[in-house]
Write a protein that binds this ligand. Structure first.
Ligand code: K7E
Ligand code: CUA
Length: 626
């Protein structure tokens, strides 16, 4: 008990230091070393309990999947909970040689020439406000949203870059029946893209845009939905309304000052910025009625001409996260430069809209009266960023400056508990935390910095996440885990909701160039085009030699005819920078110009049998005849 107390004292002293350092605009140079080595829990028996809670014995499986953004690695990382084991990497916006992603024609076309993306917010598909285990949507800053299919954990579509949206941070939050995934401009620009306007014209000529990506309920295919023209603020985070607030989407923004230059100073002058409340059903209707102006090839709604589609809710200074409670009755907005988080009452928001209880407008968008719509300013602590929810009105707010998680209650607004995070928490994510029925149980703190939590590897320290037990009144840190950089957000879904397939069934393979019998694995030529239909199966790549002429365009179509799970085969072609991996039942294509003469071995890259090493062949590039 006493050691716990002591650690809290040390803790608050360090927190105070962190505040000073943060306000001075630089990072604290070293990590807080809490009293006990791991910060918390303190006693040996607590540690034993924590160890038992996270230990998944060999042969047992985790209870949850966690899908974490990989930031500008462009990827999504999959973890098992509670073990916090990193079990898979899903390449989305960046080539990933381990799975051959970005090397075959299909995924190369999807990447569209870009080889990186900055992933921020994974969003699991929902049915009735509950994760349904079908797809995962993730945004990137380059105005794109991608769909990962949870049947095979692979990226199936990258939609965008979407016109008019610049710096897509407030994304990819889905609506409760996955009708839309949303986007918003973090960096307002003159639109359409390609228009230049001097920076002194920022307040008038630059525009923010809110964009909705329509999702086909059967296939998950994304297409352009509505766009709304917004004042030149920096739109930050979003969340879809649910239950009581279904039909609405909320976006925070900072820089309502419309400032330019050093935003850390110029955009922090007003006491309040805004949360934009967007009536997406009304916007959808307006588009269907043909309202909207064509900008950059997209129909854009102007709130001046189409009133009633968007309102501004004032929110404390430069808000970051906005999170809707599981019943949809509260909208929690956190002004990151404050010591409180604000709970807005959805009923009061609707009443204020009905009564035109406005204090003014921004480019024709009515501003609701703050006092009329807020229920409480909850004194959670310094630097609130994001809020997650438990099953019974529990809220968990991450505090960047205080480097802690505050637990508080909806309705009573009482702060119940605080637990220190090792170093500067950003997002946090609870089990089924964005659904209409959160599980409680686990919470993961995604720390922005991690100094001292792992063996040192030099100036760039390993990132860390912390697993927190939230099953009881008091929160307890269970585990520190390495996290691939750069974690922004993550979502946690009950494992039994996800139903991955074992192999690609042969009859689902619709590729017209796929061959399933080794006697059909042949090389044919048409002019200078060579088509090689290749079969990979234990333990031969057929054909074992491919002869072409220098300058030929070679198209290799690889089919893995295995129907046994995990029997992958690869096709690594030395000197030609070609690296394809095909899963059982899958077909992939790679096209290249055979511009280098000589003999180039190709071989299977994935260990597949005792005779894996024999799985090899030769590409022979001969001088052109005549
Ligand atoms: Cu790192 Cu959601 Cu991009 Cu907050 S974001 S912390
Ligand atoms: Cu096929 Cu190794």
């Amino acid at each position: 008990m006493s050691s716990k107390k002591k650690s809290w004292i040390t803790w608050s002293a360090l927190a105070a230091f962190a505040v000073v350092a943060a306000l001075a605009g630089r990072c604290a140079p070293s990590a807080p070393k809490a009293g006990s080595k791991k910060g918390a829990p303190a006693g040996a028996s607590d540690l034993a309990v924590a160890a038992q809670k996270v230990y998944v014995p060999p042969g047992d499986l985790d209870e949850y999947y966690m899908f974490a953004s990989g930031g500008h690695s462009g990827q999504v990382y999959v973890y098992g909970l509670p073990s916090m084991r990193h079990i898979s990497t899903i390449p989305v916006y960046t080539p990933y040689p381990a799975t051959g992603y970005g090397f075959d024609d299909e995924s190369k076309a999807m990447l569209g020439g870009l080889t990186w993306g900055d992933v921020h917010h994974p969003s699991l598909s929902e049915t009735g406000g509950d994760y349904d285990g079908r797809w995962l949507f993730v945004n990137d800053m380059n105005g794109r949203v991608a769909r990962v299919d949870l049947r095979d954990f692979k990226t199936k579509q990258i939609f965008g870059p979407v016109p008019n949206v610049s710096g897509n941070h407030g994304s990819a939050f889905v609506t409760p029946n996955t009708e839309y995934s949303v986007m918003s401009s973090r960096f307002s620009i003159p639109i359409p893209k390609g228009t230049a306007a001097s920076i002194d014209k920022y307040a008038t000529d630059y525009k923010g845009v809110i964009s909705a990506v329509k999702i086909d309920p059967k296939s998950g295919e994304m297409t352009q939905g509505f766009q709304i023209l917004m004042p030149p603020f920096d739109y930050d985070l979003g969340d879809a309304g649910k239950v009581a607030s279904d039909g609405w989407i909320f976006f925070t923004c900072y820089n309502s000052e419309r400032a330019t230059g050093k935003l850390e100073v110029t955009a922090s002058q007003r006491d309040r910025d805004y949360i934009a409340a967007v009536d997406w059903k009304a916007a959808e209707k307006a588009i269907a009625e043909g309202k909207g102006d064509m900008i950059g090839g997209v129909k854009v709604l102007d709130p001046r001409k189409v009133p009633g589609i968007v309102y501004f809710m004032p929110c404390g200074k430069s808000p970051h996260g906005v999170d809707v409670s599981p019943d949809g009755k509260y909208i929690i907005g956190s002004g990151k430069l404050q010591g409180v988080t604000t709970a807005f009452n959805w009923e009061k928001v609707q009443t204020a809209i009905r009564n035109k209880d406005f204090t003014g407008d921004e480019d024709g968008i009515p501003v609701l009266k703050y006092e009329s719509i807020k229920d409480a300013e909850v004194p959670v602590g310094l630097g609130p960023l994001h809020t997650q929810f438990g099953p019974n009105g529990e809220c968990y707010t991450s505090l960047f400056v205080d480097s802690a998680i505050a637990k508080w209650k909806l309705g009573t607004w009482e702060v119940i508990d605080k637990v220190p995070m090792s170093y500067s928490i950003g997002h946090l994510t609870a089990a089924e935390g964005d659904t209409v029925s959160p599980d409680g149980k686990y919470l993961v703190g995604l720390n922005k910095l991690s100094h001292g939590r792992h063996l040192s590897v030099g100036p760039s320290q390993p990132e860390s996440s912390q697993l927190v037990d939230i099953s009881e009144e008091k929160m307890k840190i269970l585990y520190d885990a390495f996290t691939e950089p750069e974690p922004h957000y993550a979502q946690i879904i009950k494992a039994d909701k996800v139903k991955p397939i074992e192999v690609y069934p042969k009859d689902e393979n619709k590729n017209p160039l796929a061959v399933w019998d080794v006697k059909d694995a042949v090389v044919t030529r048409k002019g200078t085009g060579v088509l090689a239909k290749v079969i990979v199966v234990r333990s031969t790549i057929t054909p074992t030699a491919i002869e072409v002429e220098q300058g030929d365009t070679v198209k290799v179509v690889l089919t893995n005819i295995e129907q046994t799970t995990d029997e992958l085969h690869g096709f690594g072609l030395l000197d030609y920078n070609i690296n394809i991996v095909v899963d059982p039942g899958e077909t992939k294509t790679v096209t290249f110009k055979a511009d280098k003469p000589g003999v180039f071995p190709y071989y299977c890259t994935n260990f597949c049998s005792a005779l894996h090493q024999e799985m090899q062949g030769y590409l022979i590039v001969k001088p052109r005849k005549g």
